[in-house]
Design a protein around this ligand. Structure first.
Ligand code: SAH
Length: 336
């Protein structure tokens, strides 16, 4: 619930500031139970807890990687499960959250695609992943935290709930994150890119490019038969970046498929005139995935060509041993 939702839940008998107190207690103070919210009078706490609860997802299973990454399998109210990953890194934690149970996009290199779409998450289930993982790991307000919506699902196919959740996470009176600290990644759902750009409060945007030609992109990401590369790049050019912001492009490198120098040069051409940054991801393999990971030298060669034109980084895989890395979120794996 956002502030308006809490106001409705409280009813008209309560003064307006009660909803603000409740909102701050849940999202800023991260209260775990309504009866503990000491800013509210006791009778209101009891009345509220008779009708409502702070419903966080439940941990069904938890896997811990040798590199400190934790993958959570979370059970939702209807019994379905979804994944969230915590990646601690020095002074900063990154939480990778899901926007849907499963995913409808069907990328040929991604294990989540094998699940298909079960359903979209509510705004509460999106924010709940952050609140739960932060609480589990003793993450206190003030410690650096990044949120990436790069787990299961295609966030732009659940845009209303993603935006509602983002507003709560970015609200200084709510969870209080800076807009620089949340990134949403899309396979390139063009109409919703424009829609997101019109939101006054929004996360940063990352786009999964993954190929240097229309043909290859359609082969690897069938959904792009509907959303063409040329139109995608037009939408990117029209996207209203804030002064501090760049558009991030992700590119999964598949051995001998899209990882040649010629591919790299085509990517440079495609992204020319965009305020772009590129994250390369060497394929994280999976048993049902028909592609191989390129050798580190090939990844470096590809990076070198892009680096002449854009900031270009190679994303280091996290939690490979527990199937927590990009494209590996599929419930079981590693003893599951
Ligand atoms: N549906 C959104 C959100 C998922 S983000 C999107 O497509 O952007 C997950 C990122 O991991 C995407 O950039 C995707 O291309 C990448 N990815 C998927 N499977 C992968 C794999 N097996 N290895 C490496 N990266 C992968």
């Amino acid at each position: 619930m956002d502030l308006a939702g809490l106001q409705d839940a409280l009813g008209t008998g309560e003064p307006g500031y009660r909803a603000v107190q409740l909102y701050q207690a849940i999202y800023r103070e991260r209260a775990s139970d309504l009866v503990h919210i000491s800013t509210l009078p006791a009778r209101l706490r009891e009345d509220l807890s008779a009708r409502h609860r702070i419903g966080l997802p439940e941990i069904a299973r938890q896997y811990e990687s040798v590199d400190g990454t934790r993958r959570y399998l979370l059970r939702l109210d209807d019994g379905r499960t979804v994944e969230t990953v915590l990646m601690p890194e020095g002074e900063r934690d990154t939480i990778c959250i899901s926007s849907q149970v499963g995913c409808p996009v069907d990328c040929k290199f991604c294990m989540t695609a094998l699940l298909g779409l079960e359903r979209s998450l509510t705004a509460g289930e999106i924010v709940g992943q952050v609140l739960l993982v932060a609480r589990q790991n003793g993450h206190v307000p003030g410690r650096r935290l990044n949120i990436v919506m790069m787990g299961q699902g295609e966030p732009l196919l659940n845009l209303a709930n993603v935006v509602k959740a983002t507003r709560i996470l970015l609200d200084p009176a709510g969870f209080g994150l800076s807009p620089r600290r949340i990134t949403v990644s899309t396979a390139g759902i063009i109409p919703q890119i424009a829609e997101l750009g019109r939101e006054p409060v929004r996360p940063k945007l990352a786009i999964s490019l993954n190929a240097s030609t229309e043909e290859m992109r359609q082969e690897l990401m069938p959904i792009t038969r509907k959303y063409h590369l040329r139109d995608l790049l037009d939408a990117c050019r029209a996207y209203p970046l804030r002064p501090w912001e760049k558009l991030t492009f992700e590119y999964v490198l598949l051995k001998d498929v899209n990882d040649s120098d010629a591919d790299a040069r085509r990517v440079v051409k495609l992204l020319a005139h965009l305020n772009a940054k590129v994250n390369l991801i060497a394929l994280n393999p999976g048993p049902e995935i028909p592609y191989q990971t390129p050798a580190p030298a090939r990844v470096a060669g590809f990076q070198q060509i892009l680096r002449r034109s854009f900031p270009c980084f190679v994303r280091q895989p996290r939690g490979l041993d527990i199937y927590a890395a990009c494209g590996q979120l599929k419930k079981a794996g590693a003893g599951g």
